[in-house]
Design a protein around this ligand. Structure first.
Ligand code: NAD
Length: 343
C-alpha cells in the first residue's frame, strides 16, 4: 500500500522539525517546507523544499500531491519578538495562512491541521497570575494581546469556513508554550524556557550567579514538552474533532519558579535581577478538559523531565558557542527588517 503523503510547513523550525522526525518514525512519506533547513540537525523528510509560503505559487508547489498538511510555518518568536514586530507578523502570517489553505483546497488535500496558539485568548481573562485555566470557548469576545494572536484567530475562522464550504477536514490546535531541545535558544526569537536555560548555562560557564528576568517574574505559564506536542498533533489529525482544541500542559508555574527549576538542574545557585522587559499577559494556563474528552489522552511528560533534557542540550550549545561572554537581555527589535522575507 502507498504511504500517506504529508506536508509539514515550518519544517525547518522547532516543532515542525520534531514533527517530521516523529512522522518518519510512524512510516509516512513527508515533505518538509520552510524558508530554511533545520538549524541543529538534518531533516529526515523524504523531500525538503525551500519555499517562501507568502507567495501563492510556492504554496501550490508545497501542497501538490499531498493528503495531509500540518500548517506550522509562521513568523514568530518569544514575547520579545512578538511584542516588537506586530505589522511584520500580521502581514507575513496572513499571507502564509491564506495561501497555504487555499492551495491545499485547490490541490485536494484531505486533512489540514492549523497550528494556532494560546495567544488568541483575550487579555481580560489573563490579568491575574493565579489564572483560571483557559477553556476553548473563552476565546470570545475576542481581545488577543498582540497582532500575532489576532492573525491566529482569523485563520482559525478561515479553517472553520473552509471545512463548512468545501469538503476539507480542518483541525485547529492551540499550543500552550511548547519547549524542548533543538529549538531557538538565542538571537531574540527564543521563548522563556530556552532563554532561562541559556542564561543559567552562561552563568555557570562564567562562574557568576546573577541572571536577568523580565518583570517581577511572578507572571505564570504552563509549558508542554515537544514529544507530547507532536504525539498530540498526530492524534488530533486522526480524530473526528474539528473545533479549536488546546494542546498544552496544565502545571502552572511562575517564571521565577521556572528559573529555580533550571538552576537546580544546572546545579548552581542563582540571584535574579528583575529588569524591565516584555512579559505578555500576567497569567495563562491550559484547560485540558476538551483534549482529554476527545483523545482520552493529555500530555504526560513532566516539566522537570522536559526541562532537564532541554537544559542539557542548551548547555552544550552554550559551551560550543560562547566562551566567557555574558548574556544579553535586549528584546529583539527587528523593525528594520524588510516586510518581504528573503529565501
Ligand atoms: P519556529 O519559528 O521554530 O518555526 C516556524 C518556522 O516557519 C520557521 O522555521 C520559519 O523559517 C518558518 N517560516 C516563517 N516564515 C515562512 C515563510 N514565509 N515561508 C515558509 N516558512 C516560513 O516556531 P515553532 O515554535 O516551531 O512554531 C510552529 C508553529 O506553532 C507556529 O505556527 C507557531 O505560531 C505555533 N505556536 C508555537 C508555540 C510554541 O510554544 N512554540 C506556541 C503557540 C503556537
Amino acid at each position: 500500500m502507498d504511504k500517506v503523503r504529508i506536508c509539514v510547513t515550518g519544517a525547518g523550525g522547532f516543532i515542525g522539525h520534531h514533527l517530521v522526525t516523529f512522522l518518519k518514525k510512524q512510516g509516512y512519506w513527508v515533505r518538509g517546507v520552510d524558508l530554511k533547513k533545520p538549524d541543529y540537525e538534518v531533516s529526515q523528510a523524504d523531500e525538503f523544499r525551500i519555499l517562501d509560503l507568502c507567495h501563492p505559487d510556492n504554496c501550490l508547489e508545497a501542497t501538490k500531491d499531498i493528503e495531509l498538511v500540518f500548517a506550522l510555518a509562521a513568523d514568530m518568536g518569544g514575547m520579545g519578538y512578538i511584542s516588537a514586530n506586530h505589522s511584520k507578523i500580521l502581514y507575513h502570517n496572513s499571507l502564509i495562512n491564506l495561501h497555504t489553505l487555499e492551495s491545499a483546497r485547490v490541490n485536494g488535500v484531505r486533512k489540514y491541521l492549523f497550528a494556532s496558539s494560546a495567544c488568541i485568548y483575550p487579555e481580560y481573562r489573563q490579568e491575574e497570575a493565579n489564572v483560571t485555566p483557559l477553556k476553548e470557548e473563552d476565546a470570545y469576545p475576542a481581545q488577543p494581546q498582540d497582532a500575532y494572536g489576532w492573525e491566529k484567530l482569523i485563520t482559525e475562522r478561515l479553517c472553520e469556513y473552509y471545512r463548512r464550504d468545501y469538503e476539507m477536514q480542518t483541525y485547529i490546535v492551540r499550543f500552550h508554550n511548547i519547549f524542548g531541545p533543538r529549538g531557538t535558544w538565542d538571537g531574540g526569537r527564543e521563548k522563556a524556557p530556552a532563554a532561562l536555560c541559556r542564561k543559567i548555562a552562561l552563568a555557570k560557564l562564567n562562574g557568576i550567579s546573577e541572571i536577568q528576568i523580565w518583570g517581577d517574574g511572578e507572571q505564570t505559564r504552563s509549558f508542554c514538552y515537544i514529544d507530547d506536542c507532536v504525539e498530540g498533533l498526530h492524534k488530533i489529525i486522526y480524530s473526528d474533532y474539528h473545533d479549536p482544541i488546546n494542546l498544552g500542559q496544565d502545571e502552572l508555574v511562575t517564571i521565577n519558579q521556572l528559573a529555580d527549576m533550571v538552576a537546580a538542574i544546572a546545579g548552581i545557585p542563582i540571584k535574579k535581577a528583575h529588569i524591565a522587559g516584555p512579559q505578555g499577559v500576567r497569567g495563562r494556563n491550559s484547560d485540558n478538559g476538551r483534549l482529554f474528552k476527545i483523545l482520552e489522552w493529555t500530555p504526560e511528560i513532566s516539566l522537570e523531565e522536559g526541562l532537564a533534557k532541554t537544559y542539557t542540550w542548551i548547555e552544550a550549545q552554550v559551551k560550543k558557542n560562547y566562551s566567557g561572554s555574558e548574556s544579553s537581555d535586549e528584546p529583539a527589535t527587528s523593525k528594520k527588517e524588510s516586510m518581504v522575507q528573503k529565501q
